[in-house]
Design a protein around this ligand. Structure first.
Ligand code: HSE
Length: 370
């Protein structure tokens, strides 16, 4: 059995990875060793995983790491930067599977999303590639939703507006969004129930509260509740894109291993949702397809795509983050031709940022290796 080291398994993405692995009985076929950056030496007896080592190991113990066949880390970019290059330098030749973004740009890394690029992954495995990285969440969710169009080489270009949940920024941000909700509801008690209050007065009170000095905004810097933030990640030195927007074209083309770059751009926006990411695509196809034809191509690509009929009831019930959170479904709806060009469609899609957007591609990569 392969020795597999788990790092960052207690965080949000890591714990969902473990939950999914338990559900799919993936631990039955590996020798699991759990690492920690802070609590090594402690016992692992409080969790119920077969074939695991009894003690937590030090995630910076290079001797211990060197003994592993596979490392899977959800610890974040800082850990990867500190450990990955040094470990490779001292001759470790195992498989490194990473949830963080830093290694995605390496020439000899593969961004993994096997329902999209299984053949490419296998080709690279045969060539001896040992570094596999999960993609950016919106990129992975977009490819899962529109895989059929990419597979059939139908896309000329794609423009996306995202509606990204707090989970994409991390657990602390999710907590802060909840604190912001609490702050508003505590400080504006029951006003909405009181018919003597004018709605505009209540709105004014809330707006005032949002800018009070005690409002919880350590991480977002501003209130996300009753608001949105049309900026994610740092500024790139190109045409005004943020890094999140830049990843759209770079990572998609790397995952697809395209010969000719498919142009992709968009605006990435953080909204006051806890967990799942939504995206609105404008797509220029190189063919004039009917809506039925296009829907069929999208629907038949993978079993997780669920087409939501373009009507009010289905859309409000199923094409939402609230419906998708905790599920592997990739819901795709609002499919329509746009007035501007007969080859242009608009499509709306939602997927769970923590599942297909983060942990599931890593779990499946590990499964491929074992
Ligand atoms: N960068 C994404 C976000 C996380 O901020 O939502 C998914 O990779």
């Amino acid at each position: 059995m392969k020795n597999v080291g788990f790092i960052g398994w207690r965080g949000m993405v890591g714990s969902i990875l473990i939950q999914r692995m338990l559900k799919k009985k993936d631990f039955d076929n590996i020798n699991a060793i759990f690492f920690t950056t802070s609590q090594y030496g402690k016992s692992t007896s409080n969790f119920n995983i077969k074939n695991k080592h009894k003690k937590l190991e030090n995630a910076y113990d290079f001797k211990k790491l060197f003994e592993l066949d596979i490392i899977i880390t959800c610890q974040g970019s800082k850990y990867t930067d500190k450990v990955y290059f040094k470990l490779r330098k001292i001759g470790w030749n195992g498989y490194w599977i990473d949830a963080s973004s830093n290694l995605r740009t390496l020439n000899d890394s593969v961004i993994v999303l096997d329902p999209i690029n299984l053949k490419y992954i296998q080709q690279k495995l045969n060539m001896g590639v040992k570094t596999f990285v999960g993609g950016n969440c919106t990129v992975s969710l977009m490819l899962m939703a529109l895989g059929g169009l990419f597979k059939n080489n139908l896309i000329d270009w794609l423009y996306v507006s995202t509606y990204q949940a707090a989970s994409g920024a991390g657990a602390k941000f999710m907590k802060e969004l909840i604190l912001q909700i609490q702050y508003i509801s505590k400080n504006i008690p029951n006003l909405a129930y009181n018919s003597s209050y004018n709605i505009l007065d209540i709105e004014q009170k809330i707006s005032k509260q949002m800018y009070s000095s005690s409002f919880p905004k350590n991480y977002f810097h501003i209130p996300l509740i009753n608001n949105l933030i049309p900026w994610i990640d740092k500024k790139m030195n190109n045409n005004g894109q943020t890094k999140e927007e830049w990843k759209g074209q770079f990572e998609t083309n790397k995952i697809l291993n395209t010969n000719k770059i498919i142009p992709i751009d968009g605006v990435c926006v953080r909204i006051a949702t806890l967990r799942s990411h939504s995206q609105s695509f404008t797509i220029k196809l190189n063919k004039n397809l009917s809506i039925d034809n296009l829907t069929q191509i999208i629907n038949s690509h993978n079993k997780w795509v669920k087409i939501i009929p373009n009507n009010f009831d289905d859309t409000i019930n199923f094409l939402t983050p609230a419906f998708v959170s905790g599920k592997l479904d990739i819901v795709v709806g609002r499919i329509k031709k746009i007035n501007i060009d007969k080859n242009c469609f608009s499509i709306f899609s939602v997927g769970d940022q923590l599942l297909w957007g983060a942990s599931e591609p890593l779990r499946r990569m590990l499964k491929l290796l074992i």
